[in-house]
Design a protein around this ligand. Structure first.
Ligand code: GAP
Length: 463
């Protein structure tokens, strides 16, 4: 990434064009929450729909579920989250601000190593946040901070109607548990046989110590996950772990992410989550360095064994042919929806002398095509354009936009900024020969296309 202001530019475009707004903005916001606007929700739904098609519909070894966000708290004890879902927290003794110790030490190291003014090194949001501390960054020493203590990231909620008798529950810290607790139900109610997977997507909540970098680290976010159950042996484990790594990398590449901006990073022993035997991240080259977009984890039998133990229920699987009975191992893929959105925006953001545009793959672009009458005050143009608009909207799986405001150049520029791949204009010639102009977002070239051919032309890019 060589544009140092890319994050700021993407945040500004996201707000200006209705992708993402700060959560409850009119009340001053709520740290770590974001609201998706009219473009953002289309973009996000397109991404999730593509993921679901790829993972659930295009495979015969995967089924989907949608489990409740609120779960019996025992599930979180069983999965180890109550005990071990923590980040190390330190507090500055001067200003009492709290930071993640691992991030803090990185910052101190950077500052002291470079021994330079803060402006001379590239700082992340959370690092900039620290500069609001009363001490200047160069003056900070390790002794200014309390000893790191473990801070649990699970968000608590209170359920029940009688004051004082409400039970404390957790909002899910990852969407995974809802799948594992339903393993038995899925095996008993469907025709799946090992190896098979269960896919799910939905919201997760974490009391992040330092949310930041826009939607990169939020307190409420969405995940898309697969839990793939296999026979419990090392060879199978390694085979499927490698398989899912490649499969997920290929999926991101198929969305159009530039190959130079995406890579694998294997976890070292000390950084692996409490449940993981092997872990690899897929990372994206953000303006503040390589960052995780998704994780692939070999979870072994951690989850099913623990849920079996804590619930007293049988979590084994019986092979119908061999009669062999075992607790399956699980290879997990866990992607952040919001991080995928952010990194796709970084990748697509393009500027030239004339304009800013998003070079998004048409499959994920919020608007598939926009239809314009050349002039907004000629009923004959409007009638034909409206007919085309309604007809396309009927047939195309995604949003078609209508715009008859202002001059045509401005309409094109607006659609460019939100990444609309095609703009269709109905002009006076259209009334005579039943053709329209189709303008390509990236080349800005226009061609005349017969109205009857429009659907097939668009559909070619959307499948
Ligand atoms: N079930 C495994 C799991 O949750 P994780 O690495 O903690 O693993 C998976 O999270 C993905 O969820 C991450 O790669 C990231 O994309 C997304 N994610 C995690 N915490 C997030 C946060 N605070 N804000 C936005 N996305 C987050």
């Amino acid at each position: 990434m060589n544009d140092n202001n890319l994050l700021e530019k993407v945040v500004a475009l996201a707000k200006r064009r209705g992708f993402i707004f700060p959560g409850s903005e009119i009340y001053g916001g709520l740290a770590g929450t974001w609201d998706y606007g009219p473009m953002g929700v289309e973009f996000k739904n397109n991404l999730k729909r593509l993921w679901w098609k790829d993972i659930v519909y295009h495979r015969d070894d995967m089924v989907g579920i949608d489990a409740a966000i609120m779960m019996n708290p025992k599930a979180w004890e069983a999965s180890g989250h109550v005990e071990a879902f923590t980040d190390p927290l330190v507090e500055c003794k001067v200003c009492h601000k709290r930071f993640r110790a691992d991030h803090m030490f990185e910052l101190l190291e950077a500052i002291h190593r470079k021994s330079t003014r803060a402006g001379a090194i590239s700082l992340t949001d959370k690092q900039k946040d620290m500069l609001l501390c009363e001490k200047k960054p160069g003056e900070h020493e390790l002794k200014d901070f309390t000893e790191p203590k473990n801070f649990n990231l699970l968000v608590k909620a209170y359920l029940g109607i009688i004051e004082g008798q409400q039970s404390e529950i957790f909002l899910r810290g990852e969407i995974t548990n809802g799948v594992h607790v339903n393993f038995r139900n899925v095996v008993d109610s469907t025709r799946v046989k090992i190896p098979f997977g269960i896919a799910q997507m939905g919201k997760a909540f974490r009391n992040e110590i330092t949310p930041g970098n826009f939607i990169y680290r939020s307190r409420e976010f969405e995940q898309m996950e697969t839990q793939f159950y296999i026979k419990p042996n090392d060879e199978e484990g390694e085979k499927w772990f490698e398989y899912w790594k490649k499969d997920r990398m290929d999926w991101y590449l198929s969305l159009g992410i530039k190959p130079d901006n995406i890579r694998f990073r294997d976890h070292e022993d000390k950084e692996r989550a409490h449940y993981a035997r092997l872990a690899t991240d897929i990372e994206y080259n953000t303006p503040w360095g390589w960052q995780e977009i998704m994780g692939i984890h070999h979870r072994g039998d951690w989850d099913l064994s623990r849920h079996g133990k804590f619930s007293g229920k049988n979590m084994t699987y019986k092979d119908s042919i061999t009669g062999e009975e075992f607790i399956p191992w699980d290879i997990e893929t866990s992607a952040g929806v919001d991080r995928s959105i952010l990194f796709l925006l970084f990748d697509a953001y393009t500027e030239d002398e004339k304009r800013v545009y998003l070079k998004l793959n048409p499959k994920i672009a919020p608007i598939k095509a926009a239809v314009f009458p050349l002039l907004g005050n000629k009923p004959e143009l409007i009638d034909l354009a409206k007919k085309i608009y309604r007809d396309l909207q009927e047939k195309i799986d995604g949003k078609i936009a209508w715009d008859d405001r202002g001059n045509i150049g401005k309409r094109y520029l607006y659609q460019d900024e939100i990444g609309t791949p095609f703009c269709i204009t109905v002009d006076f010639q259209s009334l005579e020969d039943q053709t329209v102009t189709v303008r390509d977002r990236d080349s800005m070239k226009q061609e005349r296309v017969k109205i009857e051919d429009l659907y097939l032309k668009l559909q070619k890019y959307l499948l």
